[in-house]
Design a protein around this ligand. Structure first.
Ligand SMILES: C[S@@+](CC[C@H](N)C(=O)[O-])C[C@H]1O[C@@H](n2cnc3c(N)ncnc32)[C@H](O)[C@@H]1O
Length: 367
């Protein structure tokens, strides 16, 4: 499979740090990788031919954009201040620097940065920064026009991805643009990759810099939670997101998004005797919740407005969230004994609908 290069996989396998018992940080794992030039080049996705590396730094390759694409997509110019998180050998920065005001490369690996320094020698507007941990504490709030990270998030645990998103948001100027990518768990090719590597990363045998995966929905959720407007979300082997730092703002009614929520009862696969009790919560301008069985038998509309202070606390942007609970208690007339699927369709003021039960909610009617 071409999407995750075989060469990088081979290097990942070779660096089974640490010895049993000790959990290495990202820094020590990536320093070990970049302790040789060949290792550093291999894990930044190219052959160790400098001409090839430069051309990929400008034009990108099938797995990563290059400087040219970033300059175009973010409208960068000679006044732009740019930060790359996980810059590696400055593959992109070396080519981007002549076209922007300042290019800052931040990385957790000192050895990667040493090679980046060599490669960017003579470029006066390049600054390289060693990150002591997962965060961007050395950078001031609202100090960059564009922040990006490519071929990095797939090597991080999700908590750390989220931390970098929070930090990227903080260091971006209002309305500044950001770009992030990671491997798509839901693409069949990359899902197969995950299945192939899963067994080698169980329990204590996890490789620190292993390749990880996320769904497009997951990345979008993180981005929106942090405060980005997602302008573009490519949903291929790579999930690629271009987004804009949105001002901190309370919930806006009629934002065009469908409602969302959760069904507390019945539990998935639960046994229902005589009466079906459906209860949960839904947010975002909900005007109606219709409950159906097996996609066709309408049981009726749920009662709205049940108090849910716990949900309101978890989603503070939704200022009027407390009465977001709903409930329906019905005798499932016409429902035969056995397993059935449930649909709980929430509609908002603009007519947008979502089935809160997804594809997965079923119950067993005992009759
Ligand atoms: C596959 S390389 C990609 C380098 C560069 N972005 C590129 O496209 O050429 C991944 C880089 O992320 C860095 N990295 C790994 N974990 C990191 C972390 N937690 N924080 C910052 N950088 C990290 C590694 O040291 C390495 O340089």
């Amino acid at each position: 499979m071409r999407s995750i290069p075989v060469r990088a996989q081979a290097w990942l396998g070779r660096f089974r740090l640490p010895r049993p018992g000790a959990e290495p940080g990202y820094g020590s794992w990536w320093n070990a990788i970049a302790s040789t030039r060949a290792g550093a080049y291999a894990l930044t996705y190219v052959v160790d031919d400098e001409d090839d590396y430069r051309s990929r730094g400008w034009d990108g390759d099938e797995n990563s954009f290059g400087a040219r694409q970033f300059i175009e997509m973010a409208g960068l110019g000679l006044r732009s201040r740019v930060l790359e998180i996980g810059c590696g050998l400055a593959r992109i920065g070396r080519e981007m620097a002549p076209h922007v005001g300042e290019w800052h490369g931040a990385d957790i690996s000192r050895n990667m940065l040493a090679l980046a320094r060599e490669r960017t020698n003579g470029l006066g507007n390049v600054a390289l920064h060693e990150l002591p941990n997962v965060g961007l504490a050395q950078f001031a709030d609202a100090s960059f026009d564009f922040v990006y990270s490519t071929i990095v998030f797939m090597h991080l645990d999700k908590e750390d991805v989220f931390q970098y998103l929070l930090e990227a948001w903080r260091v971006l100027r209002p309305d500044g643009l950001a770009y992030f990518d990671t491997w798509n768990l839901l693409h069949p090719d990359t899902y197969r990759q995950w299945r192939n590597t899963q067994r080698g990363n169980v329990g204590g045998s996890k490789v620190r810099g292993r390749i990880q995966f996320a769904t497009p929905q997951e990345l979008r959720t993180y981005l929106e939670d942090v405060g980005f407007d997602v302008l573009r979300l490519d949903d291929d082997r790579l999930v690629r997101a271009l987004c804009r730092k949105a001002p901190v703002r309370p919930y806006e009614p009629n934002d065009g998004r469908p409602p969302f929520g959760y069904i507390d009862e019945p539990r998935n696969g639960g046994i229902v005797k005589e009466r079906l009790h459906v209860a949960g919560w839904a947010l975002d301008d909900v005007t109606r919740i219709e409950v159906k069985v097996d996609g066709r038998l309408v049981l009726g509309d749920a009662r709205l407005g049940c108090p849910r202070p716990d949900v309101a606390e978890a989603f503070p942007r939704y200022r009027h969230g407390i009465p977001c609970g709903f409930a329906l208690d019905a005798a499932p007339a016409g429902v035969a004994a056995g397993r059935h699927t449930l649909q709980v369709v929430a509609t908002d003021t603009s007519g947008a609908m979502t089935d809160l039960a997804g594809n997965h909610r079923s119950f067993v009617f005992a009759g």
